[in-house]
Design a protein around this ligand. Structure first.
Ligand code: HEC
Ligand code: HEC
Ligand code: HEC
Ligand code: HEC
Length: 158
């Protein structure tokens, strides 16, 4: 074998050995014990506080609202989508109040006309034109949006 190839092979062998040593040093403890990830990360994640309780936990105390919501088009929205994380409220409902949205822009987050949004997925209204003088919840029950409030059939809007 020509001498220059031999030298290159030696350099290559040194590089590979250096890579293997470096790789072994960099692999975190517990990597691969359960899969292609750090098994200890499960314990790390357990340490995070839980903020969202899941909506089944709300049913226990707010059955009437939960039943109402099931029957109308907001059935798919979780309570905490609008009221925010509820774990603390579940533990002490009398002292921890949840957020109650009361602003047209909040409903507009999902319903305001936006050409980038699929019309079939969520019905969109022109926020500035759809009954602009009143809050959405003046007319729509947020838990059952087609249960209209304060609607006089004689009124122009209806
Ligand atoms: C689309 C957003 C939205 C969702 C989803 C939602 N809420 Fe509400 N919630 C509101 C708004 C807005 C109010 C303010 C009162 C109103 O206008 O009726 C409210 C009021 C309330 C109140 C105060 C009492 C009352 O009726 O005014 C309770 C309790 C409540 N919601 C519980 C729930 C529970 C439990 C769920 C899930 C089953 C839920 N909400 C889902 C928007 C929402
Ligand atoms: C252990 C019973 C209990 C559970 C579980 C519970 N609530 Fe409540 N909630 C109450 C009581 C009682 C009130 C009334 C407190 C008051 O009038 O000051 C209340 C009031 C509310 C209100 C009105 C605003 C406020 O904070 O006063 C909202 C909104 C609400 N709950 C949403 C929720 C959501 C969302 C969940 C699920 C994540 C939930 N609740 C779970 C008992 C409960
Ligand atoms: C997180 C997104 C989200 C928020 C916030 C939200 N909605 Fe909805 N809304 C939906 C979805 C999803 C539907 C069911 C699909 C549809 O019909 O648009 C719906 C349906 C509706 C409908 C029936 C439309 C129809 O197609 O017949 C009305 C009315 C409505 N929402 C009003 C409101 C009001 C008022 C608020 C604020 C209190 C609100 N929504 C907040 C997602 C949202
Ligand atoms: C003055 C009462 C009133 C107010 C305030 C109001 N709405 Fe409506 N909304 C209605 C009525 C009535 C309809 C059905 C007739 C129509 O489409 O205009 C409707 C229809 C809708 C629809 C379905 C549109 C469709 O094409 O089927 C959505 C979504 C909606 N409203 C969301 C909202 C949101 C979000 C707000 C607040 C930004 C709001 N509404 C404020 C009375 C109201």
């Amino acid at each position: 074998m020509p001498i220059q190839i031999k030298r290159h092979l030696i350099i290559l062998a040194i590089l590979i050995a250096a890579f293997v040593v470096f790789q072994q040093l960099m692999i975190p403890e517990s990597f691969g014990e359960l899969g292609h990830y750090r098994a200890n990360s499960l314990e790390d994640n357990e340490l995070f506080d839980i903020h969202y309780a899941g909506q089944e936990s709300c049913y226990e105390c707010h059955e009437d609202i939960s039943d109402l919501k099931e029957m109308d088009l907001h059935y798919d929205l979780s309570c905490e989508t609008c009221h925010g994380p509820g774990t603390d409220h579940n533990l002490s409902p009398d002292s921890v109040e949840l957020f109650i949205p009361d602003d047209r822009n909040f409903c507009g987050l999902c319903h305001a006309k936006n050409t980038a949004r699929n019309e079939d997925a969520v019905f969109q209204i022109e926020l500035k034109e759809h009954n602009p003088d009143k809050n959405c919840t003046y007319c729509h029950n947020p838990h059952a949006p087609w249960e209209l409030r304060n609607q006089d059939p004689q009124e122009e809007n209806f």
